[in-house]
Design a binder for this molecule. Structure first.
Ligand code: NCD
Length: 316
């Protein structure tokens, strides 16, 4: 057992061997999830609370399913109806939940760094389900598992991440994970959607899709994060689609067996052509969703094991 973390706050803190350990366990959960009886009691007796301060479909649903399949008592807090609306601070809300003795706290928040801060205040294991533009570790892990299963490995691949890199926590976590696993990463997008610290990432940067996609193994598309933009980043969605939307013509520049990924939610006709997204020979978007449940099961299982080991004073 090589996974030693108390929380899953970001990819930044993970060692490559921890990533591999988590993916290996997730592979086992993929098998479990494909059976008619999908239950294990890895989290039996534990309480999992999901606090989503930002909208979510896939991430929240898969964390809930993951917890339930592992036998945890799962509570989804309706943040819209919570006291945050009455002016309570994030930390006060967290401390209130903490007093109810949860074991696992899954948090999504619009502010970068909010989940790290919260983890310092509570006694349970905290999982970051996306904080602002900062990190979205379980998304990068599920992307890695999808790639590893499709390509047979998660190292020495050429991977293009395309579109709105600047506002994307998915891109940041993926750049870190794929870099730690020694892949060649290409970032493709307009200069207005590239982060200012782009040179620190150690990736190749392209403005032209056809040039950037040349001979890549994996094409990872990103949604335009309009909710994090205050205007002026792209001329128009039509123009953006023309230059950066993934269509058959642009995809032809990648390797013949290149896979197409998207974390969802997708804007068809903005960053990706609907036919490409639905092409089961190229697109692994549905597999990504499937892997999301398995990866979240693995993450919560490993954190719960570390917690139990710490509570009983035994090292795993
Ligand atoms: C991503 C997110 O929320 O960061 N979605 C997800 O978790 N599946 C990407 C996005 O919203 O574009």
């Amino acid at each position: 057992m090589t996974f030693t973390q108390a929380h899953l706050l970001g990819i930044e803190h993970l060692h490559p061997s921890e990533i591999t350990a988590l993916l290996d366990l997730a592979d086992q959960y993929v098998d479990l999830n494909r059976q008619s009886h999908k239950h294990s009691d890895a989290l039996a007796g534990l309480t999992q609370v999901n606090m989503f301060f930002e909208n979510s479909t896939r991430t929240q649903a898969s964390f809930e399913i993951a917890g339930k399949r592992l036998g945890a008592d799962v509570m989804n807090m309706a943040m819209e109806a919570s006291s945050i609306k009455k002016g309570e601070t994030l930390i006060d809300t967290a401390m209130t939940i903490n007093a109810m003795h949860p074991d696992l706290l899954v948090v999504r928040h619009p502010h970068s760094g909010a989940v790290d801060l919260l983890a310092q205040k509570v006694n349970c294991a905290v999982l970051n389900a996306g904080d602002g533009r900062h990190e979205h570790p379980t998304q990068a892990l599920l992307d890695a598992l999808t790639i590893r299963r499709a390509k047979g490995r998660i190292h020495r691949l050429s991977i293009a991440i395309c579109g709105d890199i600047a506002h994307s926590r998915v891109a940041r976590s993926n750049i870190m994970l794929l870099g730690k696993m020694e892949n060649r990463i290409r970032l493709i997008g307009p200069p207005t959607l590239m982060p200012s610290q782009i040179n620190e990432f150690g990736c190749e940067v392209f403005e032209d899709m056809r040039e950037g996609l040349k001979d890549v193994d994996v094409v990872m598309m990103l949604r335009l994060q309009k909710e994090r933009m205050d205007g002026g980043f792209i001329p128009s969605e039509r123009e953006y689609y023309h230059r950066y939307g993934l269509d058959g013509d642009k995809l032809n520049h990648a390797k013949l067996d290149a896979i197409v990924m998207h974390p969802g939610p997708m804007n068809r006709g903005v960053e990706i052509d609907g036919d490409i997204a639905d092409d089961i020979n190229r697109s692994v978007i549905q597999e990504q969703v499937e892997m999301g449940v398995a990866v979240r099961m693995a993450a919560m299982d490993l954190l719960a094991r570390n917690r139990r080991a710490k509570q009983s004073g035994v090292m795993v």
